[in-house]
Design a binder for this molecule. Structure first.
Ligand SMILES: *[C@@H]1O[C@H](CO)[C@@H](O)[C@H](O)[C@H]1NC(C)=O
Ligand SMILES: *[C@@H]1O[C@H](CO)[C@@H](O)[C@H](O)[C@H]1NC(C)=O
Ligand SMILES: *[C@@H]1O[C@H](CO)[C@@H](O)[C@H](O)[C@H]1NC(C)=O
Ligand SMILES: *[C@@H]1O[C@H](CO)[C@@H](O)[C@H](O)[C@H]1NC(C)=O
Ligand SMILES: *[C@@H]1O[C@H](CO)[C@@H](O)[C@H](O)[C@H]1NC(C)=O
Ligand SMILES: *[C@@H]1O[C@H](CO)[C@@H](O)[C@H](O)[C@H]1NC(C)=O
Ligand SMILES: *[C@@H]1O[C@H](CO)[C@@H](O)[C@H](O)[C@H]1NC(C)=O
Ligand SMILES: *[C@@H]1O[C@H](CO)[C@@H](O)[C@H](O)[C@H]1NC(C)=O
Length: 582
């Protein structure tokens, strides 16, 4: 019986051609993945859909933006703020001249270094805040009061107006904020638009305030974690391995391609007891408005609902370009309390369109034991216009994961008027399939986890649980470091300072997070063999001492802005907290 089938992996996607349907750029239903033909029966063709980077201009622009600190507020929240950015940009914004006159007509010219701002509730016209921010600053936190907002299920429009001190240069931007009724059941999950972290309120904290959750949990084989003959054994083991979230992959074989409802209900009761959060997977439902309505009505009150997961590799399958946004809008109408997420599989295929339907965008580059240049199952080369090698436009290194995160963040930063979106990484924990000759080792999995976090992944998932026992245990253990203090305080309290300079070995990836008087450093060595070289990492600030080693070898020493160690094990991962200053 097809209780479960791991549909998401690209292997099955590409191999089961009957799964393909004619799509917007493939009316003839040719064998295509990420817009590229992968069968030798057809010639290469430009897939299209590449991200169009705006052309930089030579003159400086001031790019004023405003976002709510969190994607939702509740009427019960006592701390509410906006994020105001006013960087000098050469891509977006309005003309900026570094001058401001004392008086109209006066010739006394001052530099224009402070932008005066006013923020309005556009529904009521009320002035929410009058303040100022430095020109060329980002991440300004501007507090405001919710008093002029009646709790509603619809978002309010908010505008910001910025002017130079002489009023001669002006700038404006808009955003939306949700001010939702407080909860006394279910869960509410909000995204920090500044650092990308998730915060929850639910039965665990009796709907008082919010607690941070760094999601670390796999897509799970439903037949394994939630078998038809009800047994909690595997689900309990899963939770005891340290995972705090799960995405049970729906059963594509059922009539509505979702879950056996009575069974899931029992498993979800267990998840509530464990406070194990479910990312509810609607991969087979999200293009059908009836299914979305039905499934949201069934589960939206669950205290361990983390969020909605819609499209699984929509860019690979070439689902309609509007499909993710249509589902997103419907979900926000039905349930504004939870974020919407999806995973993109392609490196550069209609990012703007597909990501427009998500609050959180996952990447799932699976680089381990592939042949990145020659398609093993299809016998064709892979390049920018041809072939499917199981990891789109990859080179077959672990750093394909971190490079993909950088790509997505780069696309997002180059969309006008949009803030950042959190990214999560789906780490390869499977293999012995067509494109992937072997299952990654625990060291490879942990290295990819560290690379992901170093490149600002704010959550981690795996395809697919169960993996090998060693991978299950290792990913749960390293995940604990990200999920608990002090690790989570750095990850949710700062953005990573990426690509710290290193010496002694070429393939080290290191990032730093600075919060208060402490700095966390994450290190992933890309070399498979042990090295005995003297390793050094240049820190963004000087540190006085090692506070604690959160993961890995304890042989690190710090002096000034240099973190050093003698030798690294193959694929070594380290997480160290340092005391800043002297
Ligand atoms: C504007 O001019 C002042 C004074 O020269 C300078 O300090 C400041 O950096 C300039 N700001 C920008 C954004 O060009
Ligand atoms: C604006 O700030 C950025 C980032 O701090 C800096 O690199 C750049 O030089 C600044 N630009 C001006 C004109 O001051
Ligand atoms: C459920 O079925 C599986 C597979 O047939 C079996 O291994 C397991 O022991 C059964 N569990 C219970 C609780 O009956
Ligand atoms: C949408 O889903 C409903 C409920 O599963 C089903 O009855 C209907 O046939 C689906 N519509 C399409 C177009 O697949
Ligand atoms: C969810 O909670 C709301 C508000 O209490 C209620 O109207 C609705 O019936 C509940 N739905 C389910 C499926 O429990
Ligand atoms: C979404 O796109 C499809 C394919 O282009 C089109 O047929 C459909 O009308 C669009 N739906 C909406 C609601 O715009
Ligand atoms: C990929 O396959 C090609 C063709 O069989 C072969 O020449 C090449 O060595 C393979 N590369 C890897 C990394 O296995
Ligand atoms: C990709 O490979 C195909 C088949 O060899 C070739 O026709 C095509 O020109 C290549 N594309 C690029 C961008 O190199």
């Amino acid at each position: 019986m097809v209780r479960f089938r791991p549909w998401g992996a690209t292997a099955l996607a590409a191999l089961s051609m009957t799964q393909h349907a004619a799509s917007f750029n493939n009316p003839q239903n040719l064998p295509i993945w990420c817009g590229k033909i992968y069968s030798k029966d057809y010639p290469a063709d430009d897939p299209g859909g590449q991200f169009q980077f705006p052309t930089p201009r030579s003159e400086p622009l001031l790019y004023l933006t405003i976002q709510p600190r969190y994607n939702i507020f509740l009427e019960s929240d006592d701390s509410t703020s906006f994020i105001v950015n006013a960087p000098i940009s050469h891509i977006f914004g309005s003309s900026y001249k570094n001058q401001s006159y004392d008086d109209p007509g006066s010739s006394t010219k001052n530099p224009f270094t402070t932008l005066d701002i006013e923020i309005y509730n556009e529904e009521s016209g009320e002035l929410l805040k009058s303040s100022s921010v430095p020109v060329n600053s980002t991440g300004n936190i501007i507090d405001f009061s919710l008093s002029s907002f009646k709790p509603l299920f619809e978002p309010y429009e908010v505008s910001i107006y910025g002017t130079s001190p002489d009023g001669q240069q002006s700038y404006t931007a808009k955003t939306h904020i949700y001010v939702l009724p407080s909860r006394s059941y279910g869960s509410a999950v909000k995204i920090d638009n500044l650092y990308g972290g998730l915060y929850v309120q639910n039965a665990l904290n009796n709907w008082k305030g919010w607690y941070a959750i760094f999601p670390n949990g796999g897509y799970a084989d439903g037949g394994y974690v939630s078998p038809a003959n009800i047994s909690f054994a595997n689900l309990d083991t899963y939770a005891s391995q340290g995972f705090n979230t799960i995405n049970i992959v729906p059963d594509g074989g059922l009539p509505d391609q979702s879950y056996p409802v009575a069974e899931l209900e029992q498993y979800w009761n267990r998840m509530d007891e464990l406070n194990l959060f479910n990312l509810y997977d609607m991969r087979f439902a999200f293009q059908n408005t009836t299914r979305i309505n039905e499934q949201v009505a069934l589960w939206k009150n669950r205290t361990t609902l983390l969020g909605w997961y819609t499209a699984d590799e929509p860019d690979g399958w070439e689902y309609n370009l509007n499909s993710t946004k249509l589902a997103y809008d419907q979900l926000k109408e039905l349930d504004p309390y939870h974020p919407v997420s999806l995973v993109l599989n392609c490196q550069n295929f209609y990012y703007e369109e597909y990501s427009s339907g998500a609050d959180i965008v996952f990447e799932d580059a699976y680089p381990v034991s592939i042949n990145a240049t020659y398609s093993i199952p299809w016998g064709v080369p892979c390049n920018l216009t041809y072939g499917d090698c199981g990891c789109d436009n990859c080179v077959g290194e672990l750093t394909d994961v971190s490079n993909r995160l950088d790509d997505l963040q780069n696309y997002q930063a180059n969309l006008r008027g949009q803030g950042s979106k959190p990214n999560w990484a789906v780490i390869q924990a499977f293999g012995e399939q067509e494109y992937w000759t072997s299952i990654p080792s625990p060291a490879e999995v942990e290295n990819m986890m560290m690379l992901a976090v170093n490149h600002n992944a704010k959550g981690i998932s795996y395809w697919i649980y169960p993996s090998t026992d060693e991978v299950n245990v290792g990913s749960g253990q390293l995940g604990q470091v990200f999920q608990t203090a002090p690790g989570i305080d750095f990850l949710f309290g700062a953005n990573a300072i990426k690509a710290l300079p290193t010496a002694g070995e070429t393939l080290i990836d290191a990032s730093a997070w600075i919060v208060g008087e402490k700095m966390m450093v994450g290190i992933a060595s890309g070399q498979y063999v042990d090295s005995s070289s003297a390793i050094s990492i240049t820190l963004p600030e000087s540190a006085s001492s090692i506070d604690q080693v959160l993961y890995g070898d304890s042989g690190w020493t710090v002096s000034g802005n240099t973190l050093s160690k003698s030798g690294l094990k193959g694929l070594e991962v380290g997480i160290i907290v340092l005391n800043i200053g002297t």
